[in-house]
Design a protein around this ligand. Structure first.
Ligand code: NAD
Length: 297
């Protein structure tokens, strides 16, 4: 049996169309969603990400601006810039592209962002809101993983989910989102003993590790859903995920490819977060809370 391939590119396109429609409604009511990306230094990968974000935000009808600063900027200057953007009512989303050059304290910069404009969902206030099941802004990549399942008709409630990787960017928030959606979640990490035994029990496996093809085909329960967050560039230039795709394809019920799976969802969910932030600033809720209340027993 060959798994259904979950086409992240197509799903991201439909998310972006929804976002564009909501952005047009807000603009007609006098609030055009505004996103500002702050890019410090010359990191080539960051330059590419930022260009893609700009393009996607423009296509969605947002006003978008990239503020470029030299790597020589001081911490105080960067914090002053963030405060200026916090105070600018035409700006609904602020994204400081990470990593920041050496010498700058990324954590302090993220903490300086107004949580209501924190479209990366990394401010401690938003982390707490996710844990509490409150309304907030939540990280884009894990939101993308949930959205792929939702838009593919893959149920989460009552299912056993294994999340491999416990970063603040992906694994931890993803586990909280799954919990809020009533999945039974096992968090795995570099110190987990017998990882294959854990994933073999799971109805859903989420891999966010950053190790090429770590998760093998025989780690997957037949029929399980596999969401591969990993993006790894091999020596020969090939891009692979954290899952051995060919092997897993034979066992899984549904699987995301790399590239073309979770990757395109991250920007789509960034746009979604920005339109949510803009709607809240305008005093309307343009979509239901991202994560179900999650306050159940
Ligand atoms: P990270 O390095 O911050 O975290 C990796 C996690 O994997 C850690 O929690 C660690 O405990 C765990 N880990 C390491 N080795 C392990 C092992 N052998 N077994 C089990 N767990 C192990 O990485 P991250 O930022 O969470 O990113 C993970 C991957 O996802 C990377 O490949 C990254 O490029 C990719 N990523 C993709 C997107 C996207 O848009 N698709 C976004 C963010 C990250």
């Amino acid at each position: 049996m060959s798994a259904r391939i979950l086409d992240g590119k197509a799903i991201a396109k439909s998310v972006r169309e929804d976002v564009a429609r909501r952005a047009a409604e807000l603009t007609a009511r006098g609030t055009r969603p505004g996103l500002v990306v702050v890019l410090v230094g010359e990191d080539p990968a960051s330059q590419v990400y930022v260009k893609n974000k700009d393009k996607a935000a423009l296509e969605a009808g947002f006003s978008v601006r990239t503020v470029r600063k030299s790597a020589a900027i001081s911490q105080a200057e960067l914090l002053a810039l963030v405060r200026e953007l916090n105070a600018d009512t035409s700006v609904h989303g602020i994204l400081v592209q990470l990593p920041l050059p050496k010498g700058l304290d990324a954590s302090a910069v993220v903490r300086a962002i107004d949580p209501a404009k924190d479209v990366d969902g990394l401010h401690p206030d938003n982390v707490a809101r996710l844990a509490l099941g409150d309304r907030g802004l939540f990280p884009c990549t894990p939101r993308g993983c949930i959205e792929i399942c939702d838009r593919s008709g893959i149920p989460l409630a009552g299912k056993r989910a294994a999340v491999v990787g416990r970063s603040m960017l992906v694994g931890k928030p993803l586990a909280l989102m799954l919990l809020a959606r009533d999945a039974t979640v096992t968090m795995c990490h570099s110190r987990t003993t017998d990882l294959p035994a854990v994933t073999r029990e799971a109805d859903l496996v989420f891999a966010a590790v950053g190790r090429p093809e770590l998760v093998r085909g025989d780690w997957i329960r037949p029929g399980a859903t596999v969401i591969d967050v990993g993006i790894n560039r091999l020596g020969d230039g090939r891009l692979v995920g954290d899952v051995a795709f060919g092997e897993a394809l034979e066992r899984a019920g549904a699987i995301t490819p790399v590239p073309g799976g979770v990757g395109p969802m991250t920007i789509a969910m960034l746009l979604d977060n920005t339109v949510i932030a803009a709607a809240r600033a305008a005093g309307v809720e343009s979509s239901p809370p991202v994560v179900a209340a999650g306050k159940g027993a």
